[in-house]
Design a protein around this ligand. Structure first.
Ligand code: FE2
Length: 245
């Protein structure tokens, strides 16, 4: 009997599926369609970020690149490495909520403006949480400004309560904030920036991740020079290659 079922065919010659198999097949197809839609939405989001704010787009590409390199250096799984890259690209997407007077300023911010800036992780996470399949990325993004000593924002999570992906993003974020050519803060040399990362390891940043990052920069041939506009395209292409792989 089983062979009769197995060999049964529809009029078109396609194998006849049982009700359960049909349901599973339909669910898998729906999942695949959702994943394709989510990737297209992700692409549209990143393109709009690039058009709205080149500086944040460049920074996001740099953070995605450094964070991905760091994740690789820790020996994380390929799935984790990819999540880190995606989270790096999207971590500041919530800066859409900030006016140009804050986004483009080099002056110090008022207390009121800082309060608005501090809302960007929640805004980023809120946007990303609407992409099906990106819940873990949204969670990581929400906590990318937490600190190991528990004095970060928005939830003041301490130590390992901060998601690992968020801690990886934080190291990459801090490094680019000091070395990016359009940085808000004083531009530092690579050596100065690494020394500063080591100074805040264990209080602001995860000490083991900082150690790995510093080692990686000292031994790798990967260029960690400042990302320019073209790198945004390169990181988008890498992101798309994950989806295809
Ligand atoms: Fe941020």
């Amino acid at each position: 009997m089983s062979s009769a079922v197995a060999s049964a065919r529809t009029h078109s010659g396609a194998p006849l599926r049982s009700g359960r198999t049909r349901t599973l097949h339909a669910a898998r197809e729906r999942g695949e369609i959702d994943a394709v839609r989510a990737r297209r939405l992700l692409n549209a989001l990143l393109r709009s970020l690039y058009l709205r704010d080149r500086m944040t787009a460049r920074h996001s590409a740099a953070v995605a690149r450094y964070a991905h390199e760091l994740a690789v250096a820790t020996g994380a799984s390929v799935a984790q490495q990819r999540l880190v890259h995606t989270a790096g690209l999207l971590h500041d997407i919530g800066k859409f909520i900030l006016p140009d007077s804050i986004l483009q300023t080099k002056r110090g911010l008022s207390a009121k403006e800082w309060e608005l800036v501090k809302r960007h992780p929640a805004a980023s996470a809120d946007i990303v949480s609407h992409l099906p399949g990106y819940e873990q990325v949204a969670q990581a993004i929400l906590h990318h400004h937490e600190r190991i000593d528990g004095f970060g924002y928005p939830a003041r999570l301490p130590g390992n309560e901060i998601p690992w992906i968020s801690r990886v993003i934080s190291v990459a974020d801090a490094y680019d904030a000091m070395t990016g050519r359009d940085s808000y803060s004083r531009l530092r040399s690579v050596d100065d920036a690494l020394a500063e990362l080591q100074r805040v390891a264990g209080t602001q940043l995860d000490a083991r991740l900082v150690e790995t990052f510093v080692e990686r920069l000292g031994t790798t041939s990967v260029s960690f020079s400042h990302a320019d506009d073209a790198d945004f395209e390169a990181e988008l292409a890498l992101e798309h290659s994950f989806a295809a792989g």
